[in-house]
Design a protein around this ligand. Structure first.
Ligand SMILES: Cc1cc2nc3c(=O)[nH]c(=O)nc-3n(C[C@H](O)[C@H](O)[C@H](O)COP(=O)(O)OP(=O)(O)OC[C@H]3O[C@@H](n4cnc5c(N)ncnc54)[C@H](O)[C@@H]3O)c2cc1C
Length: 399
């Protein structure tokens, strides 16, 4: 009797998408995904190794993404947006992060943490002045919430906005701010004398913001990160975001960005899985491909399963977000889960490549290093655990 071992079986043609998840995408979503895929693979992939080695972020990337309609894709056409749905937003993050989490970070900050708050909470004047230029990538923005002594607990922040005649005086230090060294504008969160959180637009043309690049990161090296120092910077009332007070301001931005991360990490994990599979099929040890070993096949099967489930769930999340205001805990669940599985898949893929796995030429170590940050920023895994724990028990376990 012939067993499976005797037949030279080909891989199933649908091994990359065994549940047919992509069949659920609309024609428009497929087109947007392809646009992002082509840009990422043709323009970003060829430069990423050099950019990562040398800590380079080329500002023209934001402009090129803008020209393709990939920045803040859900924004109204009134401000130059593509008026796409949340699923399209996610697919763009997935394709860009398939190449590098640093590029996706720079893009996400621009879309979700800078354009989104101006769109949601800004005055008409602020929207007309900034959103069209940010969407085109003519201006670059950053988002300053984290401080040297306050990361997971931004409610204890020390940056202050003191009310003075005609405006505000802002003082404080923000750190670990993506895009800060190259930003034209910064969305800064600060507390008033009444201990109320407010958001401000600081414009490098108008305000004396000092930014300092953080050197020597071993993660997200293709995106610039910096500190922002503010010493009694006067901003007129025109630069206050009038539509929000309190932490729902920054948290609404973070939820939008966390949703993008939940998609992006699947892109990164999928790159690692496909690379590991191909390597395992070609690499021979003990006179046969290492993919012939059950232990290696188990890894590949775990990757396929986790990625399929993660992708399906984030597509469902996007579909729900397109219909209604979703419970933010659902976004926490997907950010936490997809970062976790992506890190695990990147680590185990690295192992499948053996010694070559640590070489930048095979890209997996770069993804792995990047994912360490992605797991930490926009709420660490622990913080999302506490958000979800509170959601199902009603008990705050943060402090
Ligand atoms: C490359 C990079 C880019 C970033 N970009 C931005 C940006 O653009 N804008 C911005 O505002 N911030 C940004 N951040 C900051 C990021 O959001 C913070 O690093 C993150 O929120 C964690 O804060 P922290 O580093 O101060 O760690 P901490 O808050 O000090 O946490 C340290 C550890 O303690 C754990 N912990 C803390 N509290 C609890 C608790 N109650 N229970 C259990 N565990 C707990 C955490 O989970 C973590 O493991 C960036 C960070 C990096 C590394």
């Amino acid at each position: 009797m012939m067993s499976d071992h005797d037949i030279n079986i080909q891989a199933d043609p649908d091994w990359t998408d065994i549940l047919g998840i992509e069949n659920d995408l609309s024609t428009e979503e497929i087109l947007v995904k392809k646009t992002a895929h082509d840009y990422a693979s043709q323009k970003l992939f060829p430069i990423v190794t050099d950019a990562f080695k040398n800590e380079i972020f080329d500002k023209s990337i934001i402009k090129e993404l803008g020209e393709l309609g990939l920045i803040a894709p859900t924004i109204s056409s009134k401000y130059g947006g593509a008026e796409l749905n949340n699923v399209c937003h996610g697919l763009i993050a997935y394709e860009i992060e398939r190449v590098d989490s640093g590029y996706r970070s720079a893009m996400s900050v621009q879309s979700s943490l800078v354009i989104h708050p101006i769109n949601e909470f800004g005055s008409d004047k602020q929207k007309n002045k900034y959103i069209p230029e940010l969407i085109k990538g003519n201006l670059i923005g950053c988002f300053g919430l984290t401080e040297p002594d306050h990361g997971s607990d931004p409610s204890s922040m020390q940056t202050t906005a003191k009310k003075v005649d005609g405006g505000w005086k802002i003082s404080g230090t923000k750190t670990w701010i993506t895009n800060a060294p190259i930003a034209d504008i910064a969305i800064i969160w600060a507390k008033t004398d009444e201990n109320i959180l407010k958001g401000f637009i600081l414009d490098r043309n108008q305000h004396n913001i000092e930014t300092k690049k953080i050197e020597g990161k071993f993660s997200l090296r293709t995106s610039e990160t910096g500190e922002i120092h503010m010493n009694e910077i006067f901003v007129s009332d025109d630069y206050l975001l009038p539509g929000v007070s309190g932490f729902k301001g920054p948290f609404s931005c973070l939820n939008k960005a966390r949703y993008g991360i939940a998609w992006g990490t699947i892109g990164s994990a999928e790159f690692c899985w496909h690379s590991a599979r191909e390597y395992a099929l070609n690499r021979k040890q003990f006179n046969r491909p290492i993919a012939s070993n059950q232990l290696i096949q188990k890894d590949l099967v775990d990757f396929q399963t986790q990625i399929t489930l993660g992708k399906l769930a984030v597509l469902k999340l996007g579909r729900e977000m397109d219909k209604r205001n979703i419970n933010p805990a659902a976004i926490s669940m997907m950010k936490r889960n997809n970062c976790k599985i992506a890190l695990d898949i990147a680590r185990r893929s690295r192992d499948i490549l053996g010694g070559n796995g640590i070489s930048i030429d095979y890209h997996i170590i770069r993804h792995l290093l990047n994912l360490e940050t992605v797991n930490t920023y926009e709420g660490t895994a622990n913080i999302h655990t506490l958000i979800l724990g509170r959601s199902q028990t009603g008990i705050q376990a943060f402090s």
